[in-house]
Design a protein around this ligand. Structure first.
Ligand SMILES: [Zn+2]
Length: 281
């Protein structure tokens, strides 16, 4: 993927090295790690709150605002700015989320964020939370691709939840879930929401080059790398990897095949209107 010459957004809250990670250590970390298959990619805010009260996630840890100078931080800065540029041209009054980089744990508007839960979006503070060490885990433990685009897809998926918050879809899903007849039905709404975020990531990828004069662009093999990651984090694959039975009614993010399919649909159409996953549920 090409990105080095892309626009810097400067919208990063860099809390790396700021502390706040101590609470995530030891046995707690191990316990949370066991749950990774389930929580990979954005957690339920309710759960974070529970974690917060359990482990005492208090106090804010505001970091350095602006553009990080290290390679990994710069990557997130450029990709985030490019995703913003794509959505700015699509959504009137679009306001970018802040991207918070942290290590191990940090306080968030949704409670205490734990790195082991994976990247997540918090609608309460409209913030994307990323622990960059998560990439290694995703790649070595879950078989995700280490290509830059595969990582960018993960970031774009979280931005997808920001879009859903701006359009009101997230709120509609929450109310539908409260009216749902049971957990299985509530989970189906969750799957549709998650697949739409995957599709939005594809929409971003499709438009990345055109909004950046080619400074941010996919290269040969990138789409396949993104699909490898989408496949690695499908619910059926994660459940199998954990040695459990595959239980479709417990899916919250969709199967590997569905995640790959919606990423592809978003990419091939380049149009968020093609992302009506609710119609398909
Ligand atoms: Zn998600």
């Amino acid at each position: 993927m090409r990105w080095q010459g892309g626009r810097r957004g400067g919208n990063i809250d860099d809390r790396r090295g700021v502390g706040g990670g101590a609470m995530a250590g030891g046995g707690i970390g191990v316990m949370i790690l066991a749950a990774i298959g389930y929580f990979v990619f954005d957690i339920d805010p309710q759960l974070t709150t529970q974690v917060a009260s359990q482990f005492g996630g208090t106090g804010t840890s505001e970091g350095r605002r602006g553009s990080p100078t290290d390679q990994a931080g710069a990557f997130v800065d450029v990709i985030g700015a490019n995703i913003d540029d794509v959505w700015k041209s699509r959504i009137q009054g679009y306001r970018p989320p802040t991207v918070t980089l942290y290590e191990k744990g940090t306080s968030t508007g949704c409670g205490f964020g734990q790195a082991a839960m994976g990247p997540f979006y918090c609608p309460a503070d409209r913030n994307v939370y990323l622990d960059l060490s998560f990439w290694a885990q995703l790649e070595t433990e879950l078989g995700a691709s280490s290509a830059d685009f595969a990582r960018a897809y993960v970031i774009a998926h979280e931005y997808g939840h920001h879009i859903q918050t701006l359009t009101g879809v997230s709120q509609q899903v929450r109310s539908a879930q409260q009216r749902a007849s049971g957990q299985a039905e509530a989970n189906r709404y969750s799957v549709a929401l998650e697949l739409q975020a995957d599709c939005y990531a594809g929409v971003w990828a499709s438009n990345a080059a055109s909004v950046s004069n080619g400074e941010v662009a996919l290269e040969a093999g990138d789409l396949e790398a993104g699909m490898q990651t989408a496949s690695a984090i499908g619910d059926d694959t994660l459940q199998r990897r954990q040695g459990g039975q595959v239980q479709p009614e417990s899916f919250t993010h969709g199967t590997s095949a569905q995640r790959v399919e919606w990423l592809r649909r978003g990419y091939e159409s380049g149009d968020p209107a093609a992302c009506n996953t609710f119609q398909a549920m």
